[in-house]
Design a protein around this ligand. Structure first.
Ligand code: PEP
Ligand code: MN
Length: 361
């Protein structure tokens, strides 16, 4: 697959998409747009059709809002984008001259819906931004990109908006940065946008997430802005005023993705070499560890002992978390790493213990 850039020209700072979560009234849409035009943004966003988790929440103003976006284009010169999820959304948005369309997280998750949008835009030359699915499913995200690409769209961007999580976290949607990083590796010429608003769900950490995205070489940001955030009809807790947003963008530090400085590159090469050596050692040790696990499996089998001894496993985990903390290794990292190692050990022991397999009659 070969993608074209979503935005026409590269500039120093990231591409900025900003605007309210939802278009609420013509006045709110216009006030926000005028303020954002002063901040020199690249694309104005506003949701017209809102997929809400709970029925009865504000579900968007519908088609009427498209005429407000047309007015934004005419009076401010800004390009505009809105979310589409169905055939009639696509037709109405195209008729209204919307410049860029985006697929929301609740659409990407559903191949039927993505295909419906893909069929509706077939043969139209319009950029499409595809949010990640709500669950951390890499292949589902790639599947949506392929469906849109197969409809003849090459100006494709992706929006990282984090992933649902059941439980307490700092974020509304946990970022799981490794997933967009893997996507960058697979499709380096896609345009990558970070939607810090839906990742954070709150105002105080919008800046730190935006900076992280810049440090990971994202091309741009999508941030929800509202003239009166506390009274927004949707996503009130995460929206900020256009002025606060302007300050946030100014505070970001843009670093170069690479350098031509020879000393810098030589030092970096040296450090990377050291890391490669350590990775190699870790792999050798893991191989050794698994062989021992296999021997243990055989020994347990000979003595008719079950694989899992929960008490021992809890002890190992607690001790490692405590040791890790002393080396500035986070509890999340140590426990997920050790759990993966433990699972692999169990698999190895299982292969040894049940080498004939389980025969189902
Ligand atoms: C939105 O951008 O307002 C939205 C509904 O986002 P998401 O699809 O990421 O939940
Ligand atoms: Mn929103």
């Amino acid at each position: 697959m070969k993608f074209q850039p979503v935005f026409e020209s590269k500039h120093e700072r990231p591409y900025i998409i900003a605007g309210p979560c939802s278009a609420e009234t013509e006045e709110q849409v216009m006030t926000t747009a005028r303020a954002l035009a002063k901040q020199n943004i690249d694309l104005y966003r506003a949701g017209i059709w809102k997929p809400r988790t709970a029925p009865g929440s504000f579900e968007g103003v519908g088609v009427e809002g498209l005429s407000w976006l047309k007015r934004v284009k005419k009076e401010t010169g800004l390009k505009v984008t809105t979310e589409v999820a169905k055939t009639d959304h696509v037709f109405e948005a195209l008729k209204a001259g919307i410049d860029v369309l985006w697929l929301g997280a609740r659409t990407t998750v559903n191949p039927f819906a993505v295909q419906e949008v893909a069929d509706a835009i077939k043969g139209v030359d319009i950029p499409i931004l595809i949010k990640n699915p709500i669950n951390p499913d890499f292949k589902l995200w790639v599947g949506a990109i392929k469906r849109i690409y197969n409809a003849g769209i090459t100006k494709i961007g992706v929006i990282h908006r984090g992933f649902s999580y059941y439980g307490d976290t700092k974020y509304r949607n946990v970022p799981r940065w490794q997933i967009p990083i893997d996507l960058m590796r697979e499709f380096p010429d896609l345009t990558f946008i970070c939607d810090n608003s839906h990742i954070c769900g709150r105002r105080d950490i919008l800046g730190e997430v935006a900076q992280k995205a810049m440090d990971l070489n994202f091309d741009g940001l999508m941030t929800e802005t509202h003239p009166d955030p506390d009274n927004a009809w949707s996503d009130a807790k995460q929206q900020i005023t256009p002025e606060v947003f302007g300050d946030l963008v100014k505070s970001l530090v843009y670093r170069n993705p690479s350098s031509t400085n020879r000393t810098f590159n030589a030092t970096l090469d040296h450090l990377r070499h050291e890391i490669d050596e350590i990775d190699n050692e870790i792999l050798n040790l893991l191989g050794k560890r698994m062989n021992i696990a296999g021997n243990i499996g055989q020994y347990k089998k000979d003595n008719n002992i079950s694989i899992l001894q929960s008490a021992r496993w809890s002890e190992i985990l607690d001790a490692a978390v405590a040791k890790g903390a002393k080396k500035e290794l986070s509890e999340t990292f140590i426990s997920s790493f050790l759990k993966a190692v433990h699972q692999e050990s169990i698999n190895r022991q299982e292969t040894v213990m049940n080498s004939k397999g389980i025969i189902v009659k």
